[in-house]
Design a binder for this molecule. Sequence first.
Ligand code: G4P
Length: 533
Amino acid sequence: MATIQEEIHKRRTFGIISHPDAGKTTLTEKLLLFGGAIQTAGAVKSNKIKKGATSDFMEIERQRGISVATSVMTFEYNDLKINILDTPGHKDFAEDTYRTLTAVDSVILVIDCVKGVEEQTERLMEVCRMRNTPVIVFINKMDREGQNPFDLLDELEQKLNIKVRPLTWPINIGSNFKGVYSIYDKSLNIFNANKTKIEKEVVAVDIWSEELDKKVGEKDANQLREDIELIEGVYGDFDRSVYLSGEVAPVFFGSAVNNFGVQELLDTFTEIAPSTQARKTDVRIVEPEEKKFTGFIFKIHANLDPKHRDRIAFLRVCSGTFERNKFYKHVRLDKNLRFNNPYNFMAQEKEVIDEGFPGDVIGLYDTGNFKIGDTLSEGELMQYQGIPSFSPEIFKELMNLDPMKSKQLEKGIQQLTDEGVAQLFVQPHLGNRKIVGTVGELQYEVIQYRLEHEYGAKCRFDHRDIAKACWVTSDDEKKLTEFVRLKAQNIAQDKDGNFVFLAESEWILRMNIQNNPDIQFHFTSEFKRAVEA
Ligand code: G4P
């Protein structure tokens, strides 16, 4: 039997992120094909929300079904256990993606070579940069007439605030695309457009040899030599340790739909990507090798059957060995819990497991005990960090349309916000007015639909003039109490009882920051990034 060190060493837990349509689903599927986890193309469904879906509730249900099925995809490759954590591409679910990024050890970022760096990519990368998550970039759709690869590299560096280092290099692009040269292992991979089979012609070549001219023609061979010389001059040697510290992103070129460049990506990924990393709690850093089990919940998913209100909580194991049927401490509730049927996710099925190791993601049936960010331990009082709520962008008041069902509504909104669908702010001074904050309009439709179908409660959302929500704290307890009293109309409490200032406009927020130097205003619930006045 493998030791815990060997188990940790075997694991690669990562997320694939991209702007919608860049090719995340296609790449995921190809990785699973190479890994032997699925046999046919088309097995991984896109979790994209189709256009016009905001009023199409079947679409919302379909999307939820897919996101349960694809939340985690596990496969074995070269004796490694690879866990891919799925991230929703739709902007309205961005917060879900941010949280998933707290549970990965590295990231693969997919870029469309025609479109370059898009808005969603910038935001996702900001989260990776905050946590120094190692990133590999895959520039996709090289079979299309895209931008010049050097320009793409410059754009990556400028917009994503990270240094890059190409490890493969394309020979032409679009209809003239001939393949890629692997700078990393000095071999040439000739492009054959093939969507269904993996057909490869990989040859080790010295780029200064005549063989290269024979393979790609003299003109392209000379261009490649020139490009490689330039790359080596400009970008220097590839150093794995700077990749691991999140400072340099290795770059690969390919075409996911044509199975091209994917194996190089996977092989290099398995070689250089980090295995399970240590993680921060509020009291100390926990190393994966520690004997005692610890982990945290980064995602909660409602059961798709509305008759069963139980949910699936996704646990990331951080240290020790998680065992089925053993009691663990739920730190926030100070309660011991055990799990009869924890399960593991293989590509298309789930199986009950007896144990899990650091880096693994385990599905736990939950009857309402968990909130996102909860920590489980063998007794130690600690809370994993880095699972913040971000300041929402849209705010609406929840209006009950059926007074007979207020209990159901209350329970429903509590549970849905525990799942992280949206954030709930209650204003005690205004008759417990409930403000629901989200990052996208779509969530209101989802909440309304689910409250009705799962909890039998009818509601409406009324627009409220709130531009920003900031968590407020102070080193001086009295000053905070005074501020909360004076600003009662603008004060709400989040689910953990923290005070939140709801500002009607950016201007009002700025004025309040200026006028209240003893109060700290924060953009995330983690109270790290103070707002600059
Ligand atoms: P996403 O998950 O990031 O949103 O993207 P997804 O994989 O669904 O890919 C978006 C579209 O881009 C798909 O086309 C897909 O086939 C196409 N695509 C992916 N990789 C490549 C590539 O290397 N080259 C080219 N030319 N296209 C690529 P679609 O028309 O939206 O869907 P489908 O009908 O082809 O599935």
